[in-house]
Design a protein around this ligand. Structure first.
Ligand SMILES: Cc1cc2nc3c(=O)[nH]c(=O)nc-3n(C[C@H](O)[C@H](O)[C@H](O)COP(=O)(O)OP(=O)(O)OC[C@H]3O[C@@H](n4cnc5c(N)ncnc54)[C@H](O)[C@@H]3O)c2cc1C
Length: 419
């Protein structure tokens, strides 16, 4: 049995991403004293495209920052499925998909959560855990200052590892995790300039077998681009500069004007994202007084469209259960995981299915995808295709909107009013 006394509620939250910030807000909200440790020397800004569905907007509302998350979807422009020669057909944009997600940049969510963080919460930048030992009464964490190299050991009642897919907390406490490689690589960049030849507010999708490029338009800022491609050798993808790998993956055919413009922006960007898509599979997300949250625990990957939502909802629910079981961490963490796991498992499986929507694996998938997404925009067949999509995606849509952070005693229902 793991007790924590009423005055022993000091928590270390590792990671200043969406999950860590949400956890710190929630822990403070229930009277704990969170300390945030972030390895980077400062806060990140901007980031890549993110769609927030009902589960995420409901959690953001409870965490107190939904009002600060202005939807950046462009309702005036249109999205086209294009080929390299520049020919295009109208198709639905991401914001028009079932569930009508709110479109944002990751930095929008982090900035809104940061603003909602109570000022008394201590943040330590350039700080990372290098050792974690626990006993019945607490957790001793050795934190290293990455600027000076100096370390010091402190005692906490709880450690929340929200330090992303390559989590140090996970490695230190749980050991090597089972990593499910999806054999897809992802490149993402926020463009510095609008793309020549693309009207402001318009989006584009180049979907070829095994590779795709998406251009997401935003209200009030330049577009973001996403590259996704299949690979049989993930390790080799990290053996050359990202731009070289992207050019190889989208070659040898000439790129055409649009793809070339976006590749050039990627090459010029200071810190574009280039990574493999990997899910974390753990049999338990908590051990003693240490709990993992967000990508460090389950990383659903971008193909689920639910990573940010699950991080916020998981953080809120964690606070709810800690408050419901004062002094009983074991009960709180056990029940937290029991409630959350079916939701996470569902979306991890969905990610495997939905990768085909982002990047078709065969000519057949490409044709189906194109028929449905472009058919939705056709005055003649739009109604039929909407019916097909709503019918086939009904469960997925319900699960994306599931209000998993709902108070205890209220069954999780679709949070359809949260947008
Ligand atoms: C291209 C792309 C598109 C996506 N699209 C969507 C979408 O449409 N909808 C959606 O819901 N989700 C989407 N996601 C997923 C979503 O962005 C992530 O699931 C979410 O941001 C994870 O947040 P996190 O806080 O758990 O982890 P992270 O964002 O990885 O944050 C971890 C933090 O911990 C810090 N850190 C790392 N190691 C240490 C250490 N040792 N010590 C201290 N600090 C450390 C990092 O610097 C970082 O600040 C997308 C992801 C990608 C890559």
């Amino acid at each position: 049995m793991i007790n924590n006394t009423d005055n022993g509620r000091r928590a270390l939250v590792v990671g200043l991403g969406i999950s860590g910030l949400s956890a710190a807000i929630r822990l403070r909200g229930i009277g704990w004293e969170p300390v945030l440790a972030e390895r980077a020397p400062g806060r990140r800004t901007e980031g890549y495209f993110i769609g927030l569905f009902g589960a995420g907007t409901a959690a953001a509302a409870r965490l107190g920052f939904l009002g600060d998350l202005t939807d950046r979807a462009c309702h005036t422009g249109s999205t086209h499925e294009v080929d390299r020669a520049g020919r295009g057909r109208r198709c639905v944009g991401f914001h028009e998909l079932p569930g009508t997600p709110r479109l944002l940049l990751r930095g929008d969510v982090e900035a809104a959560a940061f603003r909602a963080l109570p000022p008394e919460v201590e943040i330590r930048y350039a700080t990372e855990p290098v050792a974690i030992e626990q006993d019945d009464g607490g957790v001793e964490v050795t934190l290293r200052d990455t600027a000076t190299g100096r370390s010091r050991t402190e005692r906490f009642d709880l450690v929340v590892g929200a330090d992303g897919v390559r989590s140090a907390v996970r490695e230190l406490v749980f050991g090597p995790a089972r990593v499910r490689r999806l054999n897809y690589m992802v490149g993402a960049v926020k463009l510095a300039e609008p793309v020549p030849g693309i009207r402001p507010g318009d989006g584009a999708v180049l979907a070829e077998v095994g590779r795709s490029m998406w251009l997401f338009p935003f209200t009030g800022t330049t577009p973001a681009a996403l590259f996704s491609y299949r690979t049989s050798d993930v390790a080799a993808e990290f053996g050359a500069p990202p731009i070289d790998r992207l050019r190889a993956a989208f070659g040898p055919e000439p790129p055409g004007a649009l793809l070339e413009a976006v590749l050039t922006e990627f090459e010029r960007a200071e810190r574009p994202l280039f990574d493999s898509a990997e899910q974390i599979r753990l049999t338990s997300w908590h051990r003693g007084r240490v709990v993992l949250l967000g990508d460090s625990a389950w990383c659903m990957t971008l193909y689920s469209g639910m990573g940010a939502s699950a991080g916020m909802a998981g953080a809120h629910l964690l606070g709810t259960l800690l408050a419901a079981h004062p002094g009983r961490l074991d009960l709180a963490l056990g029940e937290w995981e029991r409630r959350l796991r079916p939701f996470v498992t569902y979306h991890q499986r969905e990610a495997l299915r939905q990768r085909q929507f982002f990047t078709p694996a065969s000519r057949f998938q490409r044709a189906v995808r194109s028929t449905v997404l472009c058919g939705l925009k056709s005055p003649r067949t739009g109604g039929f295709h909407r019916w097909v999509l709503d019918t086939t995606a009904a469960k997925s849509q319900r699960m994306k909107s599931l209000d998993i952070s709902a108070p205890i005693g209220r069954e999780a229902e679709p949070a359809l009013t949260a947008k």
